[in-house]
Design a protein around this ligand. Structure first.
Ligand SMILES: [Zn+2]
Length: 281
């Protein structure tokens, strides 16, 4: 089962689009994916969507990938309710641990307050504990949110379980920042909302982006708070680290020109261009 690390390699190439975007834009092509671009891996073993259980009778085991702020939590949470499987967000696991006391909580506080990402070891540890606790309560299946974030995490995950489907959500970086800064939580019921209204006009043949705010019901409106790590400085640092890390995964996953070149072109939506050039040559 190497689907996940293969996809992470592919998504690493996708995420490095920004490196090439400037060159390609001059040719009048739009290649950077905007929101709503759900890329389903052709290599994933898809059970029919909407089917809760596979042939062995277990529930779906899916994972959401994507930058911080891309909306993974919202989609994962809705699917989890729809399919009756637990939604396991590594961010929530970290926050739960933070609200407890002890040496791990202290260590985490230091990392999170600086906008740094928590290490693979800590994340894997928290996740294993959560899954074990769930299984003891009779839970089956999961929708992971924010994990795996690195190729290494994907490899660790593959050793312990199967993931049937990986969904990679993408969004432009300026929009990501605005969405992160618009996040609000109801201090009473814990509901997640977003007050940012994204409305970017399309230009140079590129489609515009419109994302309505996710406003709270009346009862929550006066109780909204902002997470302490959702400041512009911290969010920018999270995105910088995320991009840096994903790019370094792309480099380490390079499988030589014969394997990597077609993958790169595919990730950049340039398959057609390569064929045209080969014909012209
Ligand atoms: Zn509320």
């Amino acid at each position: 089962m190497a689907v996940l690390s293969r996809l992470l390699r592919a998504s690493a190439l996708t995420a490095s689009c920004s490196l090439y975007a400037a060159t390609v834009r001059r040719r009048g092509l739009s290649l950077v994916a905007s929101e709503g671009d759900l890329r389903l891996p052709s290599s994933a073993h898809l059970s029919p969507l909407g089917t809760r259980k596979d042939l062995t009778g277990r529930n779906v085991q899916w994972a959401f990938l994507g930058c911080p702020g891309v909306g993974k939590g919202t989609y994962a949470s809705r699917l989890s309710q729809l399919l009756g499987v637990p939604h396991i967000a590594t961010g929530d696991l970290v926050r739960e641990e933070l609200s407890s006391s002890g040496p791990l909580a202290d260590q985490l506080r230091g990392i999170v307050n600086q906008g740094k990402l928590v290490s693979d070891e800590i994340i894997v540890d928290l996740l294993s504990k959560r899954v074990e606790k769930g299984e003891a309560k009779g839970e089956s299946g999961f929708i992971l949110d924010g994990f795996p974030r690195t190729l290494r995490q994907a490899e660790i995950l593959e050793r312990v379980t199967d993931v049937d489907l990986v969904i990679n959500l993408k969004l432009r970086e300026d929009v990501l920042l605005e969405k992160c800064l618009g996040r609000r939580i109801c201090s009473q019921c814990g509901g997640n909302f977003n007050i940012a209204c994204i409305d970017i006009k399309g230009e140079d043949g590129k489609p515009g982006i419109y994302m309505a705010p996710l406003l709270p019901p009346e009862g929550c409106a006066s109780k909204l708070v902002t997470r302490s790590d959702d400041t512009e400085e911290v969010v920018k640092e999270r995105l910088r680290i995320y991009n840096e890390m994903v790019r370094s995964v792309a480099l380490s996953a390079a499988g030589g020109i014969p394997e990597s070149w077609p993958k790169l072109l595919h990730a950049l939506h340039l398959d057609g261009l390569n064929r045209e050039q080969s014909l012209a040559a």
